[in-house]
Design a protein around this ligand. Structure first.
Ligand code: BGC
Length: 443
């Protein structure tokens, strides 16, 4: 059997990613908590509840898991509703809590990547109209300034907004996130406010901390026309890609927000990025279909025959990772893979998903693409938004009744990769022998 080792560059960031609402618990003062209390919003009426009890202190034991897992970085987020519970009050204790977490990461020699907004808004911000009201730009800027001033001693890698594209589509087009709108007409306004909020946050962070490196994280989804010969399928795929993948990054790149037939100039946004945060999970087939008016005639589905995650939410499509990275190179800035993972309760697919996706990352590195790190989603199973606790993305499994964590085999595999800064044929043989021939083809 052929053998090989895929090395990663020295200093590569290896970590896991988490977000405040998904792990902290008792985030009662934000719009997602309120959403969870409404019947029919979350699968099975599930709630975030205590989540992974990080606010209660269990981040300490989970940080030990990061170290044990050979990782040298961690991405986590700050909860705006905790830092600024009402418009006129900063909660210094909450900031101290985050400072303590960062101090611990510093002691453990783990590089933090801090996200300032991961889907949730304080209730009082939602009551003002949330992302539809341009007042949010200044409100967000004030929160970012306060937070970065408080935490800059221990962090200098920042993500302003996580997945603005997912927020726009889920909250304002599909209606599965609060405020649950299904309104094509809101999309342009919300996208513009997100672009402007990001760009003013970018400048604010640099003013507070000149050495900061600032970006946002986009969720890149690969859209493949179901019938390559069919111009309508091709047009639908390219439309989906332009609204989902390209709108926000395009506006940050050149200061023009392009949405289908409209263009809006936001010149101050131009170049407000020091790196690209890239989240990649899966790929869709796209068909133009008159049978799906509720989807605006653009029907998406996972490739028939593809290997699917436990609840069928994600198809294992590693080629899409390569495509995402290649797409990311157009911006000529460093790329950090800020999320990638699969929901897989029994860890049936995760080992090969991980290896196959990292193999694509390695291929990109060999083209000399500036890929600087990889953050796996996620450390411990956590609250999966409108899908509640039905989906298990963790390297560690959690029993939410007892808070007991149990290691999945993928945690050991990831630890071997991170601590050796490489993928070896021995690892593939040990954790995912089914893909050995595909990763190391013989004659
Ligand atoms: C989000 C995470 C989420 C993950 C898996 C990403 O879009 O940023 O918050 O848990 O997908 O669904």
């Amino acid at each position: 059997m052929p053998q090989a080792t895929f090395h990663f560059p020295r200093g590569f960031l290896w970590g896991t990613a988490t977000s405040s609402h998904q792990v902290e618990g008792n985030n009662r003062n934000n719009n997602f908590w309120a959403w969870e209390q409404q019947p029919g919003r979350i699968v099975g009426g599930q709630k975030s509840g205590l989540a992974c009890d990080w606010w209660g202190g269990r981040w300490r034991e989970d940080f030990e898991r990061i170290v044990e897992g050979g990782q040298n970085a961690h991405r986590f987020s700050i909860e705006w509703s905790r830092v600024q519970p009402t418009p006129d009050r900063w909660d210094e204790d909450a900031l101290d809590h985050y400072r303590e977490m960062l101090r611990r990461l510093y002691e453990l020699k783990i590089t933090p990547l801090v996200t300032l907004h991961h889907f949730c808004d304080p209730l009082w911000v939602s009551e003002l109209g949330g992302w539809e009201n341009e007042a949010i730009i200044n409100l967000f800027e004030a929160y970012v300034k306060k937070t970065v001033q408080a935490l800059s001693e221990y962090a200098n890698l920042w993500i302003t907004i996580n997945e603005p594209n997912v927020l726009v589509i889920f909250a304002y087009l599909l209606g599965t996130f609060p405020p649950g709108k299904k309104s094509l007409s809101s999309i342009g306004r919300v996208y513009a406010n997100l672009v402007r909020a990001h760009s003013s946050a970018y400048h604010t962070i640099h003013n507070v901390q000149p050495t900061a490196r600032v970006g946002y994280a986009v969720n890149y989804r690969s859209f493949i026309p179901s019938h390559a010969w069919n111009p309508l399928d091709r047009m639908s795929a390219s439309l989906a890609s332009s609204v989902f993948n390209n709108a926000f990054p395009g506006a940050i790149n050149d200061g023009v927000l392009r949405l289908i037939l409209t263009r809006k100039r936001i010149p101050e946004a131009r170049g407000t990025q020091d790196f690209l945060g890239l989240n990649y999970y899966t790929r869709d087939q796209v068909v133009f279909s008159l049978l799906h008016p509720e989807e605006h005639f653009i029907h998406l589905f996972l490739r028939p025959g593809a290997e699917l995650s436990t609840t069928g939410f994600i198809a294992n499509e590693p080629a899409g990772m390569f495509e995402a990275l290649k797409w990311g190179t157009q911006f000529n800035i460093p790329i950090i893979i800020t999320e990638n993972g699969i929901e897989d309760q029994d860890d049936r697919i995760r080992p090969r998903y991980l290896l196959q996706h990292l193999h694509q990352v390695w291929r990109g590195i060999n083209f000399n693409w500036p890929i600087k790190g990889y953050f796996h989603w996620t450390l411990v199973d956590n609250f999966e938004w409108e899908r509640g606790w039905t989906q298990r993305f963790g390297l560690w499994e959690i029993d939410i009744e007892t808070q007991i964590r149990k290691k999945r085999p993928s945690a050991d595999l990831f630890a071997e990769i991170c601590s050796n800064n490489k993928i070896s044929s021995e690892m593939v043989e040990k954790y995912a022998p089914q893909i050995y021939d595909q990763m190391f083809p013989g004659l």
